[in-house]
Design a protein around this ligand. Structure first.
Ligand SMILES: NC(=O)c1ccc[n+]([C@@H]2O[C@H](COP(=O)([O-])OP(=O)(O)OC[C@H]3O[C@@H](n4cnc5c(N)ncnc54)[C@H](OP(=O)(O)O)[C@@H]3O)[C@@H](O)[C@H]2O)c1
Length: 337
């Protein structure tokens, strides 16, 4: 039994290996339901979003897509149209993200998708499907980072907390959540013209990207009570050498590169902690609990304000722009018509 029509619209990326090099052909196609993977839950997708990883999944050198052709989209929100799992009901609004979605099996840029029941997050009251994708994987990772810092003991009033890549999806949402919770948040950005918007989200101060990527001594003045970093490369070493004794950074990304060139001194002389964030493999119970908090105490007051809507037909530009570091908030994808 299936509630999915024989064919439907999907944005597909297909790798073409040619003698002059590999390329990826991208675009909207009529996609056959018979090519969808198995799964207990069938979803009519209403919204998806554009994450950094989605950009990589449509690049020949991106090293993200593990099947070809692939429907990218590492997250989706929509309504259940069929379910063989008694805990998940037809008509329910749900979210799914991470695991193999949009990486090793078809993802969210598709009018319909089949998903394992164990990956499904029932959407809490208080969040629409559009809200959920305005948060998306990036915003979820921001929330996960805030929770990790709180579990490590960080409280509002402990001192300034640094958020890097603040104009982007992870950074902007982390900034908003922390500021709404009463933390003193400082935003590092490479886009000076974003300063007013970031102050509007609650930033107490702004740091230029140069300041957080400069070479420095193994240890510098203790400044930050905590930090959220999705930028990596030269920025994360700066964060480590300027964290206060006992403080932690929640590190989730490599927007400026994967290399980490640091010394052990922040760890062995200041007890600093590097908390790794992997939203893709977070177990489903933890994932559902964080989504419930995103509907309540972690819900950003500015939710839905800094989003740009695109359609499947206009995805190309957003996928290229996110890789170019041009994010200003989040792109969401209207999938359902
Ligand atoms: N581990 C996980 O579970 C997880 C989940 C989601 C995302 N991520 C990763 O986190 C990173 C950010 O994701 P995102 O969706 O927030 O991306 P995004 O919206 O593109 O934000 C990244 C931001 O990083 C900053 N940046 C600094 N140097 C950059 C450079 N050389 N190139 C591009 N951006 C640069 C930019 O902000 P400023 O201009 O303001 O500095 C940019 O807006 C990515 O590496 C992504 O793969 C990981």
């Amino acid at each position: 039994m299936t509630a999915i029509p024989t064919t439907f619209r999907a944005y597909v990326a297909e790798r073409i290996d040619a003698p002059d090099g590999a390329r990826v052909e991208r675009g909207v196609r009529e996609f056959p339901a018979t090519d969808l993977p198995p799964g207990e839950v069938e979803v009519r997708v209403s919204w998806s979003s554009v994450n950094y990883k989605d950009g990589l999944a449509t690049r020949a050198d991106g090293k993200v897509a593990r099947i070809s052709p692939i429907i990218p989209g590492i997250d989706l929100a929509g309504k259940v149209v069929d379910s063989s799992d008694p805990a998940i009901h037809v008509g329910q609004s749900v979210v799914a993200h991470g695991y193999d979605l949009g990486v090793a099996r078809h993802g969210g840029y598709s009018e319909f998708q089949r998903v394992p029941a164990g990956w499904i997050v029932p959407l809490a009251d208080g969040l629409t499907e559009r809200d959920a994708m305005s948060i998306g994987t990036a915003g979820f990772t921001a929330a996960m980072s805030v929770v990790a810092l709180q579990e490590r003991g960080l409280e509002a009033g402990d001192g300034p907390v640094l958020v890097t890549g603040a104009s982007g999806g992870v950074g902007g949402t982390a900034l908003a959540i922390l500021a709404d919770l009463g933390y003193e948040v400082w935003a590092a950005t490479g886009k000076p013209d974003e300063a007013d918007r970031l102050r509007g989200l609650g930033a107490a101060g702004i740091l230029a990207r140069d300041e957080v990527t400069a070479e420095g001594k193994p240890l510098e003045s203790e400044r930050w009570a905590g930090a959220v970093d999705a930028v990596g490369a030269a920025t994360l070493p700066y964060v480590l050498r300027t964290l206060r004794t006992g403080a932690a950074v929640a590190a989730s990304g490599n927007a400026s590169g994967p290399k980490l060139d640091t010394t052990v001194f922040p760890f062995i002389l200041r007890g600093v902690a590097l908390l790794g964030m992997d939203s893709a493999q977070l177990p489903i119970d933890r994932r559902r609990a964080i989504w419930d908090r995103l509907a309540t105490d972690l819900r950003p007051r500015s939710l839905g304000e800094h989003v740009t809507e695109v359609e499947l037909e206009t995805l190309d530009d957003a996928l290229d722009a996110i890789l170019a570091g041009a994010a200003r908030g989040r792109w969401i994808v209207r999938v359902g018509r």
